[in-house]
Design a protein around this ligand. Sequence first.
Ligand SMILES: [Zn+2]
Ligand SMILES: [Zn+2]
Length: 257
Amino acid sequence: MNDLLRTYLEALPGSWLMDTGRYVVAASAMAAILALGGKALARRKLQSRRASGRDIRREILASLRSALVFALLGTIVIVGDRAGWMTLYKGFGQAGPLYFGVSLAAMLVVHDAYFYWTHRAMHHRRLFGLFHRTHHLSRTPTPWAAYAFAVPEAIVHGAFVPLFLLFVPMHVLALLAFVAIQIARNVMGHAGTEIHPRAFGPGHWLGWNNTTTHHDLHHEHGRYNYGLYFRWWDKLMETEHPDYRRKFEAVTQRVAP
Ligand SMILES: [Zn+2]
Ligand SMILES: [Zn+2]
């Protein structure tokens, strides 16, 4: 058997376990936080509508399928590294901690742009049905919706890491940190309850980040707020929900019933 094909097939089960595992761990952790959050979190629930058990089952099944798609694409990085098309390095011999930090930050900023523009493209009426309708079946998202994509949309998202690695060498741990941040931000965006401190609100010092309210408005209205980590693209392209600031302020100031 071809060497690269063998490398791919040997690495695939581990990648699948990692991609599935991080989804299950992150979504379960967020679901547990919401369940244990008591009144303090209950009063920050964003929609009066509740996701049904059927919604959650659909979100989980679609997310597990996406994790498989991510593994099929992500394993290309291991083959690419072996073949010399990509560089996934260990240790700090060639590049120091500064490169580690800069490459990780760059990966997040580039991913945010990639996500914004592919997301907006998938909202085009010609592409929406095939790519993005599945994700928007969750009108009231739960943490389990983090990877609830149709297969074509999962391919678009899963292609990012191999594409980025074609151009930018990454430390293995920086790549793992990226993946961890990505799933953490993703389940936070779909929590359905505003879990960010007020410092993340518009006008506050961390206000350039997205919050749960930000992405929840996207699900509730089916438009506005296309960004993933940061508000920059939505502000620049004037696609931010006009009510975002008011809603975030209102939900984070609510007092216990
Ligand atoms: Zn969307
Ligand atoms: Zn979403």
